[in-house]
Design a binder for this molecule. Structure first.
Ligand SMILES: O=C(O)CCC(=O)C(=O)O
Ligand SMILES: [Fe+2]
Length: 221
């Protein structure tokens, strides 16, 4: 490739980046925090919420020290094994008898999330996507114990995967795709989970493990 062409490519990338910044269709502001301005949605994304060096440590510890388990879920008229592994932490009175006790790392992360969001959480669901074949189907987080309009704070470590949203009733609203990176915080609040579903698609590309934590406030039954 000649120098001129290379320059052209660099220029094109620069222009694309500028365009991308200027035409952030759904977001406002230049800080690492983005607030999406979409109907029935309150969504805040904070890339680099956990700085890389710290995120690397969380990733390694969570990947290797979590008692990951498979679980069965209903799919149409069958019971199938979910295409990912999970772990559920919280106090048994609130999160149920089967919940695991908080670990120092998870408490540290919970504190950090609570400080950033000004919200309280008492349980966390960990998901492990082992490779591109793991996924989560379209759903909203409407576990009855959370109540309607739950605040859910999601933190991601490892492989970046696209997180998609679609409006449940107004199909004229385009789907939204947000890449969730190593260390990104995504806060879903207001009516987000009442009106929108979310989903992590499978990918044919080779992918490293991804860990996602969703901090939740559950109430005892
Ligand atoms: O992996 C994610 O980013 C989301 C997981 C999720 O939607 C859930 O656990 O309810
Ligand atoms: Fe979810």
């Amino acid at each position: 490739m000649g120098g001129k062409e290379e320059n052209t490519t660099v220029e094109r990338i620069k222009i694309m980046m500028t365009l991308f910044d200027d035409t952030e269709l759904f977001t406002t502001g230049n800080s690492p925090k983005r607030y999406y301005d979409l109907p029935d949605m309150e969504l805040m994304q904070y890339d680099g919420f956990v700085p890389k060096a710290e995120a690397d440590v969380f990733y390694e510890k969570l990947l290797h020290n979590t008692p990951w388990r498979e679980y069965q879920m209903p799919m149409y008229d069958k019971i199938v094994t979910a295409p990912r592994m999970i772990a559920w932490y919280g106090e048994p009175e609130e999160a149920g008898e089967g919940s695991l006790p908080w670990t120092p790392e998870l408490l540290l992360l919970r504190k950090k999330v609570e400080k950033e969001t000004g919200l309280s959480f008492n349980a966390v669901l960990l998901n492990l996507y082992r490779n591109g074949s793991d996924s989560v189907a379209w759903h909203s987080d409407k576990e009855h114990r959370i109540g309607s309009n739950p605040n859910i704070a999601s933190v991601t470590f490892g492989q970046t995967r696209p997180f998609r949203f679609r409006h449940k009733t107004d199909k004229s609203i385009p789907q939204v795709e947000i890449p969730l990176h190593h260390g990104t915080l995504l806060l879903m609040s207001g009516t987000t989970n009442t009106y929108w579903e979310h989903h992590i698609p499978k990918s044919a590309k080779e992918m490293l493990p991804r860990i996602n934590l969703t901090f939740r406030l559950v109430k005892s039954l």
